[in-house]
Design a protein around this ligand. Structure first.
Ligand SMILES: N[C@@H](CCC[C@H](N)C(=O)O)C(=O)O
Length: 284
């Protein structure tokens, strides 16, 4: 039996486990993510977050996506990990922790968390690349905010979430463009407020549109700033909530994104053996 906490950051939902004892290795965590993140058949989540010891920071956060792949970084998940660590008395309300996508500084205030993400190099960002999938032509930007992100600026919202899922999956699968895959963000500049972006993200590893993506919100804000459509303060509206992004330029081509948003504690969960089993209704 494994005890964990069901949490979500703007609807991007996770099972968070204390693995400070390293009781589970990477393959056990990947297997657990694949099993327990199944919707309906198990608990259901976009991913599993594990807190592990770090030699140089308060702890190390690891993210295992729903398909068991390990993502280097997760913005909404990092807020959940920070609140989990504070709530469990592992750290004080202000902390720095390690991820494979760089160190994160976090401050927890109630159910909101502000993160200073690792600096992002914009020198290697691609601003106007082209791709055609499913009969549609896209111009996209590409940059790495801990994990790889493509950002497509649209003029209008004329597609359903299901249609974004099809297009996101087709784009993300283009090995010639994205050898390690990519999260695909469809961004729309608000017609009412020039500092607001509406963003829908298809996530690698979840292999679907999620209700929010924190690094996708930051990537969209950075791409928008580089393209001159937004400034350094960007309100990113996702289907699951708002991520406030603030950009501080450390050098002309290095930016530090601050990401602020919610991190909700939903339930204490004790995973029972059948959470890991295949659906008993299916024939063997
Ligand atoms: N939802 C996350 C991003 C998670 C990583 C992604 N699925 C990947 O493996 O690339 C966020 O909030 O940043």
């Amino acid at each position: 039996m494994i005890d964990c906490l069901k949490m979500n950051g703007n609807g991007n939902d996770f099972l968070v486990v204390d693995n400070l004892s390293l009781a589970m290795d990477a393959s056990a965590l990947a297997r657990a993510a694949r099993a327990v993140c199944r919707r309906r058949e198990s608990v259901g989540a976009d991913g599993l977050l594990a807190l592990e010891p770090s030699e140089r920071a308060a702890f190390r956060m690891r993210l295992f996506n729903r398909d068991g792949s390990e993502g280097e970084m997760c913005g909404n998940g990092a807020r959940c990990a920070a609140r989990f660590a504070f709530d469990r008395g592992i750290v004080g309300r202000e902390m720095t922790f390690e991820t494979r996508g760089g160190d994160v500084h976090a401050v927890v205030r109630g159910n909101r968390v502000a993160l200073d993400l690792a600096p992002v190099s914009t020198g290697s960002a691609v601003l106007k690349a082209h791709a055609s999938v499913e009969g549609c032509d896209f111009t996209y930007a590409f940059l790495v905010v801990g994990v790889p992100h493509a950002v497509i600026f649209e003029r209008e919202r004329r597609r359903s979430i299901a249609e974004y899922a099809v297009l996101g999956r087709a784009l993300r699968s283009r090995q010639d463009l994205f050898p390690v895959g990519a999260n695909v963000n469809f961004a729309l500049l608000s017609s009412e407020d020039s500092g607001t972006l509406d963003v829908v993200t298809y996530e690698r590893g979840v292999e679907d549109v999620t209700l929010s993506c924190g690094t996708g919100s930051a990537a969209s804000a950075i791409a928008g700033r580089l393209l001159g459509v937004v400034g350094d303060e960007v309100r990113v509206v996702n289907p699951g909530g708002v991520n406030d992004v603030s950009l501080t330029w450390i050098e002309t081509d290095v930016v530090q994104p601050r990401l602020e948003g919610g991190a909700l504690m939903i339930a204490e969960v004790r995973l029972l053996p059948e959470a890991f089993e295949a659906d008993c209704r299916r024939p063997a």
